[in-house]
Ligand binder design. Structure first.
Ligand SMILES: *[C@@H]1O[C@H](CO)[C@@H](O)[C@H](O)[C@H]1NC(C)=O
Ligand SMILES: *[C@@H]1O[C@H](CO)[C@@H](O)[C@H](O)[C@H]1NC(C)=O
Ligand SMILES: *[C@@H]1O[C@H](CO)[C@@H](O)[C@H](O)[C@H]1NC(C)=O
Ligand SMILES: *[C@@H]1O[C@H](CO)[C@@H](O)[C@H](O)[C@H]1NC(C)=O
Length: 302
């Protein structure tokens, strides 16, 4: 009787502790929109991201240094300390170093101030990156570097990237449509994964999520038009093991590039990777993610 009653209840949104980073810098509009969307879903979020544009810096890592020029978009003055925050929004933190260094500072250090330490961080997200991170590009992406660093530290890491846009300051007015759409879609994936229960991802696994063009001048102008499709990061080779079987695919997932490039609709790709190599996960690990995200996954049109 109780079980039946519970099963009929709507899925409740679970509030979790999130560390948010990127490689385009702490003052870029996409990361601020994502912060707003995540907190709008009642999550407790710490933004900890590079002081400057650190696009393409992969898994580089270095001790943060005092600013020798202004933070990006003049968001902090030259000469500012190596690590700092927005005095009126202290959850917005910059770290004058690489994406990996900044997400680790959020997980290891800021979590003591806003949560109850590193083990209380539930999930780590990075992006949405300005520009897609598909296939081999994942190897040099700092956004992927940040997400994989989190997974290596035992915190499930998700990387989000959007095809549309160029690096834009946080205080732009109006907010570009693509930025709001990507933030909502990223929140959707994050909340759906959280609703699937712990562990959110298998050990050493991260997700690479890419969005097709969106907003003004595109045919994808509203979040409800988008569909998520399970994909591979890299093109399979002769020695690649089989992928998870789904959508009648005979054991081979489409590449994320194929998904994002599908012209007859608005298809976002979700790939499952190993954090240490950034390469594709096994069919078993893909199956775990497929089960967790089945409520939002679709098949490509045939
Ligand atoms: C950010 O860095 C990347 C990689 O060096 C570069 O391609 C891009 O133009 C930079 N963006 C800005 C706004 O300077
Ligand atoms: C800091 O926060 C204030 C208050 O929300 C805001 O007006 C300002 O634009 C923010 N600046 C940066 C660089 O985040
Ligand atoms: C961050 O935390 C680590 C681990 O506790 C510590 O070793 C490091 O000194 C801290 N970094 C800063 C800048 O406070
Ligand atoms: C998430 O996306 C799915 C599928 O695209 C959609 O059905 C659902 O309404 C979305 N949920 C939210 C909270 O946006």
């Amino acid at each position: 009787m109780h079980l039946i009653t519970l099963a009929l209840l709507p899925v409740l949104t679970q509030a979790v502790n999130v560390v948010l980073s990127n490689d385009d810098g702490w003052a870029e509009i996409n990361i601020r929109q994502f912060y707003n969307a995540l907190t709008g879903s009642d999550n407790s979020v710490i933004l900890s991201a590079p002081a400057e544009n650190e696009s393409g810096t992969g898994s580089s890592d270095a001790t943060p240094t005092r600013l020798s020029s202004a933070c990006e978009f003049n968001s902090c003055p030259s000469g500012s300390p190596a690590i700092g925050n927005n005095a009126s929004m202290p959850r917005f933190n910059y770290v004058n170093s690489y994406p990996v260094t900044s997400i680790r500072y959020g997980i290891q250090n800021l979590s003591n101030t806003y949560f109850s330490g590193p083990s209380s961080v539930d999930i780590a997200v990075a992006g949405p990156n300005v520009g897609a991170n598909l296939g081999l590009t994942t190897q040099i992406s700092g956004t992927v570097g940040a997400a994989t660093e989190a997974s290596k530290e035992g915190i499930p890491g998700l990387a989000f990237s959007g095809t549309t846009g160029s690096q834009t300051a946080w205080n732009v007015n109006p907010v570009p449509a693509y930025s709001a759409i990507y933030a909502d879609l990223s929140t959707n994936v994050t909340t759906t994964l959280v609703a699937s229960g712990k562990p959110y991802l298998p050990a050493n696994i991260w997700l690479n999520v890419n969005f097709p063009p969106a907003g003004s001048g595109t045919s994808c102008t509203s979040t409800s038009q988008f569909r998520f499709v399970l994909s591979r990061i890299n093109t399979a080779t002769l020695i690649s093991g089989k992928d998870v079987t789904t959508c009648g695919n005979g054991g081979r997932l489409p590449t994320e590039m194929t998904v994002v490039d599908t012209s007859s609709g608005c298809y976002a790709s979700i790939s499952v990777g190993h954090a240490d190599t950034k390469l594709d996960a096994t069919a078993t690990e893909q199956q775990t993610v497929l089960s967790k995200l089945s409520g939002i996954l679709s098949c490509l049109p045939s």
